[in-house]
Ligand binder design. Sequence first.
Ligand code: PHE
Length: 454
Amino acid sequence: MQTASVHGMWSSRLMFIMAATGSAVGLGNIWRFPYITSDNGGGAFVLVYLACILLVGLPILFSEIIIGRRGRMSPINSLRELARDSGASRAWMGLGWMGVIAGFLILSFYSVVAGWTLHYAWLYFKQLFLGAEAIADPGATFGALLANPGELIFWHGVFMVMTVSVVALGVEKGLERAVSILMPMLFVLLLVLLGYAMTTGHFGEAVGFLFKPDWSSVNGGMIVTAMGQAFFTLSLGMCAIMAYGAYLPSDVNIPRVGVAVAATDTSVALIAGLAIFPIAISFGIDPEGGGAGFIFTSLPLAFNEMTWGIAYGMAFFLLLSVAAWTSSISLLEPPTAYFVESSNLSRRTIALIIAALTWAMGLASVFSLNIWSEVTIGGKDIMSAIEYVAADIMLPVGGLLIAIFAGWVLSNRITRTELDENMPSWAYSTWLWITRVFTPLMILVVIGGILGVF
Ligand code: PHE
């Protein structure tokens, strides 16, 4: 058994928690969770999402860390080696490749949305220091941004350069430093926003919308989206957490760090929801059907009203960009680590090539917002179609295979040692059977349902 990875190691348990939380917490929590909750009718969606985090997300989160730490290599090579040692087929490395493709597709649109947040940070900076006018009509401001391919491509490019520069530096120098300072700051800012939301007089209404289930809104499509969001928000199903698990010191207790990461990620999403919905309602914005621009068209209204609102708006969008940054790093790390192991090129060159390809792919999402807005795939514009296929379909399918690999391919001796040798038998058996049977079945039923197999 290898005890260290060639790519470096996290310097402590806390560093892994920070990095994995940095990967998990991002646009998924603050941009995607509010907007798809809004589009899916609130309460019932949130409860299905929470159930998916617990019953599907957590067991797979453990599985990814186990596989990563046991393999100590990039996901593709870890899966290949572990499959070989277990007498299973080399074809399991295909799971790693599928993760690379899912990550490539996700990063392609993710960096476009991260570009929006950078643009907004810049808008507030201009207001604060250069005397630019306030965002009087946020809907119009957002619309103008989407209509401008040049602007979108510029910010999308800036974000990609940020991502590649961290990945190029490697684990200790790049990833750790970026996450440890900025994540806690975003959390504090969200709490301030929550405090403001509580003063709007619409907090109770928002709580009702978010948590009072209207079961009539439950349908197959909504359940697929809720499960997809559970995967997306925890960075699961594409081997990002597996890649980070490879740098986790051997003596760290996996269930404990796994629960810490999932709990933090879920709290951030819920706090974001509790902050954003009261604000939207108080400015007369319908909490339902907000669409992908939801936070960009609602929050600026509050920033206009708040004391120090403009400085606050700048800090908010800047830190949201940072949260997106610590997530995008983990989307780029698995393929980069693989090619570092399997080619003679330097980490820098590899990261740069993959980022350039992803940036080019992102142009499809950029143009789908303006010059190609008429083009649809299965009734969705190009960007939404990529988001749907990668997040809602590919991640759960990846998660299904990861659960099968951890539950059935790896021996019980291995998974038990990695999880926690001193774990009571009942706790281990519970994890094992949930991972072996329950989680795969849930995913099969949901994905099978949407693909029309059932
Ligand atoms: N979890 C990230 C977010 O919520 C997105 C992500 C998905 C990152 C998959 C890595 C892998 O923003």
